[in-house]
Ligand binder design. Structure first.
Ligand code: PHE
Length: 519
């Protein structure tokens, strides 16, 4: 079987960067930097990048390239009991793409609303009451009724996603040549305008002036570590699938550094755009930048639209530009998740056509996303997002480090990395995979389970002890289902793998025995 290949090394890098660079760079990073010490946040961020982000990215690129398979089958090659880890990663990826596509659907609606600046005068009312038609609480009866405009917008987004992945790496390769440079260019245009607005400098001041005291706060470190995992799209099988379309001897080490540095560079750059606009808005309203910043949906769909409507005659133009930026940023992250699922299904049944598979995954993704298009959708989204990112993603990264570092043997993978890479990686990589990643991330999980920082300081109110986000029993049920369903599947696969799974895998017809070989 000839595995499909990226057209060039640049195409692979573009695809990996496209997956990494997404809403997290524009609405999460700048906010975290502001909240956690301004320029000082770069210290824990860069430490997390080097200690965890880059080594895990090398691990994932290496796995995909070495075994030339998607996540499930690659993990199975590493150890027959670990196929379920791929299932865990992909199910989590799938859950994310279900709501990620809904956020893109909001952006699509806003793109069309830009031309007439429909939110003018009441940006918050427009978002919550018009676009989301939000129910007063997650327990209100109307929380489960569908919002039809959103459903239609979601369908449109899935059609877009489908046409990006329907020919596998060939279509993805062509699409990323546009969707990666485009948002960067759009951000540059926005920056060119925003930099000359009154107040921009004070925005940057807020963004970047380091408050070194923040480094003593463990919460800052916690935020930096979670952000690095999220922003690099590691722990979802995406980077494994993408790297599996490389030739086996592609330079893993260099590719990982390049991808990680471009991604972080775009985050810092996006921060300049965001804070110039926030500074301008604070200036216009006569308030401080601290009073207008927000993160997540509030930033992109309330504060930013409002700020853009103050741009005078060019408002509609820059608003449309901004939402086009969000859409082009989101689309390649969204379809990378679909491609990871496709790759695994295709390994499982090579005869399936990619176009058909993509259609099935897109329809299921659309159906799965419907819950987030209800009038309680934002509440559901908040819960699911919290649990997937704080647990699923972190657990997968821990397990895969243990798998490679201890079960399979860090040395073997280390030798593979250096055999194919011109830029060599030092022995620190093994230390990171064996000790640093599992220990630090386990600590992160432990803190999230038991502790929570409130106004009064750290309290025993973690997700295991108190329901997240004040949603009561709902966040317990939905949140833990999101974590436990994939986790239980992983455990079942693990147990089943022990019943002679190793021999069965090795003896399966057509499956070359690769374990033990270097490359
Ligand atoms: N890396 C993407 C971002 O920063 C988000 C993402 C995470 C996308 C996980 C897919 C999966 O926005």
């Amino acid at each position: 079987m000839n595995r499909p290949r990226w057209a060039s090394r640049t195409t692979f890098i573009l695809a990996a960067v496209g997956s990494a660079v997404g809403l997290g760079n524009v609405w999460r990073f700048p906010y975290l930097a502001y909240k956690y010490g301004g320029g000082a946040f770069l210290v824990p961020y860069l430490v997390a990048l080097v200690l965890i982000g880059v080594p895990v990215l090398m691990l994932e690129f290496g796995i995909g390239q070495r075994f030339q398979k998607g996540a499930v089958h690659s993990f199975r090659e590493l150890h027959p009991r670990f196929a379920g880890l791929g299932v865990f990663a992909l199910l989590s990826a799938f859950i994310i793409v279900c709501y990620y596509a809904v956020v893109m659907a909001w952006a699509l609606i806003y793109f069309f609303a830009s031309f007439t600046l429909r939110w003018k005068g009441d940006a918050s009312g427009f978002f919550y009451d018009k676009v989301l038609q939000i129910a007063p609480a997650i327990t209100s009866p109307e929380a489960v009724s569908l919002n039809l405009v959103l459903v239609l917008a979601l369908a449109a987004v899935w059609v877009l996603i489908y046409f990006c992945v329907w020919k596998g790496v060939h279509s993805v390769g062509k699409v990323v040549a546009w969707t990666v440079p485009l948002p960067v260019l759009l951000l540059a245009l926005l920056l060119a305008r925003a930099a000359f607005l009154p107040g921009a400098l004070s925005g940057w001041w807020f963004y970047l002036v380091p408050k070194w005291g923040a480094l003593l706060d463990p919460e800052v470190w916690q935020a930096a570590f979670s952000q690095i995992l999220f922003t690099l799209t590691i722990g979802f099988g995406v980077m494994i699938a993408y790297a599996s379309y490389n030739k086996k001897d592609e330079d893993v080490v260099k590719n990982a550094w390049v991808t990680a540095l471009i991604n972080s560079g775009i985050s810092v750059f996006a921060g300049f755009v965001v804070f110039a606009v926030l500074g301008f808005m604070a200036h216009t309203q006569g308030t401080s930048v601290g009073d207008v910043v927000a993160s997540g949906p509030g930033l992109a769909f309330v504060v930013f639209p409002q700020a853009l409507s103050l741009f005078g005659k060019a408002s509609a133009f820059f608003a449309a530009l901004f939402f086009l930026t969000l859409l082009s940023l989101g689309i390649d992250s969204a379809f990378s998740l679909v491609e990871a699922v496709n790759a695994a299904l295709k390994d499982w049944s090579p005869k399936l056509s990619v176009a058909k598979l993509s259609a099935i995954v897109s329809v299921v993704g659309f159906l799965g996303g419907l819950i987030f298009t209800t009038r309680g959708g934002l509440y559901f989204l908040d819960i699911v997002d919290h649990f997937v990112n704080n647990y699923n993603l972190v657990l997968v990264v821990i397990f895969q480090s243990v798998l490679v570092g201890w079960v399979h043997g860090a040395d073997k993978h280390f030798q593979f990395l250096n055999a194919v890479s011109e830029w060599r990686v030092g022995a620190w990589w093994k230390v990171s995979i064996r000790y640093v990643v599992p220990v630090l991330l386990s600590l992160l999980v432990w803190v999230n389970l038991f502790l929570k920082k409130t106004e009064a300081g750290w309290e025993w109110k973690g997700d295991l002890l108190a329901p997240y986000g004040g949603y009561g029993a709902f966040s317990f049920i939905i949140g833990w289902a999101v974590v436990l369903v994939p986790l239980v599947l992983f455990v079942l696969f693990f147990i089943k793998g022990s019943e002679g799974g190793g021999a069965a895998v090795a003896a399966a017809p057509g499956r070359p025995r690769r374990r033990g070989s270097r490359k």
